[in-house]
Design a protein around this ligand. Structure first.
Ligand code: HXC
Length: 519
């Protein structure tokens, strides 16, 4: 006999309750014991007031004949997909459920994730993936493999259209690691997050190297050594907090500008000690973050890849409530030189900001590209070229502040006017030149120094002379290579005015399929 309406409603309620049990209460408990939240608990934390609209909840394992687990109950196929508000703006999310077959990716699991991505794309809102998975569901064989391919394809389709954030909150090994790598930002949880292509056991078998999974693929390994991830989180709560903070700087898609915080009024705060941050001795280091923090809105800096390639700082911040992307040399590390990793880090940030209409501010204190055989053999030419390409190709407002050293090709690579900077100011401490005084004097006056009665004194005299004439901002200002020389304390005012006057910037380039960035 057909079910009554009440029975039908009861059946639905039962199905809903079963789905919410995930892989079972014992599996959820095991997840908690590992220090991890369940897939839905993570979503509750992400969305405002824990509210989200879950879709495809009743999707089950595909039951393909090829699979030895066909017919086994797998609630949601180990994947929870939902849409909901984060700080009032919609976000789509896909959260892997480790309590169902270790969150492994089967055919329907992948299909659900792809559906969520397509919805994010169609609606022009960010996509967040929370990874906690044993990788390809081995029993589903080639269907898992195809599923990964479909996910990678959609990651690429979303790239540059909506922001994509990946949270690694559990294992993410093998080919699975490539979906986060194709996304814009990776936030990784210390201790529980594990990210590698081949794990310690395989590595030991193939190369004989002995390494633990934490040393190889833990959050700090990636944050400090491989540079694969952007943020480190202490636990799941912290990871989601970082994701929300990051979203607050970003527009929902590439046709929008980032949301402005506050009432849009211009606040020209001045920090008098900006005028004394640069040491009298140009060889002395200082912390560039002290400069940035005295220019942007108080407390607004969010560093990206904070622990990797520390000779360059990449961050988001706000000026008068408006999101800006910042690239800055850090004299505290490797004297702020540009090397392979710093070039990659800066280029990635420039390209993200340009894709999502975020103005770029560049603070320059660069003695040059890092010399060394390793750098040359490692392809510094190719990597440094990425910066030249990224800045030149970027059409968002570009504002450059030359704080101190700005030498040679590295000066150009830090968004010099010739690379399309819309506004360029130099501090009176700026040294804009082809090379440092000593190097220049050695080349230009070798014979004169050698023939002098006191060569050391002669050299010193020539260096002083050269420094006074050429190692200042004024030759650049005289020839229009910088628009202005400003007091450090006026930097916020300079940038505020520049941002306002560049608000309607439109820069059209010849149409092409895409440029060929050096790889
Ligand atoms: C099917 C899997 C699975 C997988 C885990 N499980 N990984 N089932 N396919 N890939 C199941 C386990 O059998 C177990 O089922 C449950 O999930 C929980 O796993 P445990 O091992 O008990 O958990 P834990 O001790 O925390 O270890 C987690 C783990 C480990 C580190 C992820 O399970 C593991 O090493 N799994 C295999 C990883 C792997 O080799 N994946 C394939 C990679 S190849 P029960 O029923 O006991 O609860 C790949 C290629 C993709 O991904 C290529 C794409 C381009």
């Amino acid at each position: 006999m057909a079910l009554t309406v009440k029975e039908k409603i009861d059946e639905l309620r039962k199905k809903n309750a079963e789905a919410l049990l995930c892989g079972g209460a014992d599996k959820i408990e095991a997840q908690h014991k590992r220090g991890k939240l369940s897939a839905r608990e993570r979503l509750q934390l992400l969305f405002d007031n824990g509210y989200y609209d879950e879709f495809n909840k009743f999707v089950e394992n595909s039951g393909r004949k090829i699979s030895s687990v066909a017919g086994r109950k797998m609630p949601g196929d180990g994947m929870v997909t939902a849409v909901g508000p984060v700080d009032g703006r919609l976000v789509y999310a896909a959260s892997q459920d480790f309590t169902v077959m270790g969150g492994s990716l089967g055919e329907m699991h992948a299909w659900k994730m792809v559906e969520a991505m397509l919805k994010a794309l169609k609606n022009g809102v960010p996509f967040i993936a929370i990874n906690d998975s044993g990788g390809a569901r081995i029993q589903e064989a080639i269907f898992s493999l195809r599923g990964y391919g479909d996910v990678f394809f959609q990651n690429t389709a979303l790239s540059g259209v909506v922001p994509q954030i990946s949270i690694i909150a559990g294992p993410c090994a093998g080919g699975a690691a490539y979906s986060p790598a194709l996304m814009d930002f990776i936030i990784m949880v210390k201790g529980t997050g594990k990210l590698f292509i081949t794990g310690p056991a395989v590595i030991k078998g193939v190369t004989g190297e002995v390494v633990t999974d934490e040393e190889l693929g833990g959050a700090m390994a990636h944050a400090t050594t491989s540079g694969n991830i952007h943020f480190v989180a202490e636990n799941d709560h912290h990871a989601i907090q970082i994701a929300k903070q990051l979203l607050s700087y970003l527009p929902s898609n590439n046709t929008e500008t980032a949301p402005r915080v506050g009432d849009g009024s211009i606040n020209l705060i001045e920090y008098p000690d900006l005028n004394t941050i640069i040491p009298d001795d140009a060889r002395e280091a200082y912390n560039m973050l002290d400069v940035i923090n005295r220019v942007v809105d108080p407390g607004s800096v969010l560093e990206v890849k904070q622990f990797w390639a520390r000779n360059v700082i990449t961050c988001f911040a706000r000026i008068n409530g408006q999101t800006v992307g910042i690239i800055a040399n850090q004299p505290n590390f490797k004297a702020g030189c540009l090397d392979i990793d710093a070039s990659d880090k800066a280029s990635e940030h420039i390209r993200f900001c340009n894709a999502f209409n975020i103005p770029i501010i560049t603070f320059v204190d660069v003695p040059g590209f890092l010399p060394g055989v390793q750098q040359e053999f490692g392809g510094i030419i190719r990597h440094g070229a990425k910066m030249l390409f990224s800045y030149s190709a970027a059409t968002v407002p570009k504002i450059t502040i030359v704080v101190r050293k700005a030498y040679g090709g590295a000066y150009l690579a830090m968004c010099a006017k010739s690379l399309g900077a819309d506004r360029t100011a130099a501090w009176p401490t700026a040294e804009i030149a082809v090379m440092g005084a000593e190097g220049a004097v050695n080349v230009l006056y070798a014979k004169e120094i050698k023939g002098a009665s006191d060569p050391a004194a002669k050299k010193k005299e020539l260096i002083n002379e050269y420094e006074g004439r050429w190692v200042t901002p004024y030759p650049a200002a005289e020839f229009g290579l910088v628009d202005a020389v400003i007091e450090p304390v006026k930097t916020r005012e300079y940038i505020s005015v520049a941002l306002e006057t560049l608000k309607n910037k439109r820069e059209l380039r010849p149409e092409k399929k895409h440029g060929l960035i050096p790889m």
